[in-house]
Design a protein around this ligand. Sequence first.
Ligand SMILES: Cc1cc2nc3c(=O)[nH]c(=O)nc-3n(C[C@H](O)[C@H](O)[C@H](O)COP(=O)(O)OP(=O)(O)OC[C@H]3O[C@@H](n4cnc5c(N)ncnc54)[C@H](O)[C@@H]3O)c2cc1C
Length: 478
Amino acid sequence: MVHIPHLIVGAGPVGLILGHYFKRFNIPFQIFEKQSFLSAHPSAHYLNMRTMEILDELNIQLPLENIQHFSNYVYLRRIGEQPLNSTRQLIDYKQYSYTSYAHLPQSLFVQHVQEGIRDKIQLNKEIKKIEFKDKIIKVNDDITCDYLYGCDGLNGFVRDYLKIKLIGNRDLQRFLNIHFTSKQLVNRLEQYNSMLSFIYNSDITAVIIKHRIEDGIFAIQIPLDLLTGKTDIQEVQHIKQDHVLIKNLINKTLLSQVNDIEIKSVGFWRMGAVYAEQYYKNNCVLVGDACHGMPPAGGFGMNTGIQDAQNLAYKIKDQKDLLYYQKERQQIAQDNIETALKYYKKSLNIAKSFTFDINKLKIYQSVMKNTPDFLYQTGVKLGGSLIELDPIYKRLKVDDCIPLVFPKEEIGFKYNSGDIGENGGQLAPLVVREILRKKERKWYSINCDSNYERIDIENVNKMIVRNDMHIYQQQQQQ
Ligand SMILES: Cc1cc2nc3c(=O)[nH]c(=O)nc-3n(C[C@H](O)[C@H](O)[C@H](O)COP(=O)(O)OP(=O)(O)OC[C@H]3O[C@@H](n4cnc5c(N)ncnc54)[C@H](O)[C@@H]3O)c2cc1C
């Protein structure tokens, strides 16, 4: 029997960040990952300001590209044409944070974040069984641990085994996800500077995600119900192997001369809007997607999980009641789900693209199909006159589009009362959501064994203001 005091299940982005904090706090840990490799699918891609502050705290350096190239969402009928609409939002992040929001595909994120804790990651180790004996947790018959951290994703084993319910809608929509590379597509999309390109044409409704310029990494997400009329992933599993069909779908989406496509992986994504009823049971703690799932609008999924990991790591280090972790993070998850849902619904209104109402989409597609091409061309040339042609775009205003940056949700939370200090650890902090500019955010350090850690808990004793908050910015400018 091997004893691992702190066992993290899953080497996704959240398990890895938790591992980094444990290393920093000298908490003995191992990470078990069931696969023989870290996920190579790009999935999430937006790193928000709070996440960047966490990465800074952990001294994790990432190969980030210029965010300017990812500053738009465009709505297109066809690549090469003038966008039907677009959202552009480059905010002055310096008023909110000493870091900037950034962009990096999740596959590269995990590759870089594993550095520094690689020796703690055990691949091909699947957790299949958990038992409780007094205060000890027994795992897979041959391991014991004091704490078990379920960082094993939304379909993970740990939450299921603990019989913790999910609250909300687990099955909002399912997508086919195609991950591919193409340098030519980088050039074709250059004029738009778009992170996301929504494509609506008579053949397909899809979104192209530009993950990385340097290596030409892209993903296409296509709503499964619109593609096949089926929502049962088992029934459409064969699509994953059918590379002729996949190439055909890519061509339909791009409608553009791109000859260097290399398909990397194909998968399905079951999108939900849910959070776990409980975040822990008997020293088994859920973190990241294991305790919440949300639509991609706003890019909150991975970011919320990374921020859970930071919060939890401090609680474990300071031996706090896990109830504080649950109360603080569950509320943040609920808020972020609400915001992501709001913008997901807006995206439905934009062109009925990600819709359950397949009939409406068919009408829309038939309108598109029956509108002669030359009218579209004229419309594009004449700018506004296109709007006259299309009943859906007629209603579309820039305000209806999805913002790129969400200062309030990204960093706009503070704890009015802390679990350290005046409340003697009895009261969970009250989380207040409001837009906090940098000068309104109070940065504190706690002197623990001569390690200075920075957290943003307000109104707590024994803390001193740290005055090196500009370090990151200065490094960037050098
Ligand atoms: C196809 C796809 C597209 C997505 N697109 C977006 C997007 O556009 N925007 C967005 O915000 N979010 C998106 N997401 C969600 C985002 O990827 C997640 O929020 C993020 O991955 C959560 O990280 P995590 O570490 O909590 O879980 P995961 O990334 O799911 O990692 C869990 C890890 O645990 C391992 N594991 C599972 N069970 C066990 C076990 N029993 N034993 C050992 N190891 C185990 C898994 O192999 C995996 O490596 C997408 C997800 C998918 C799948």
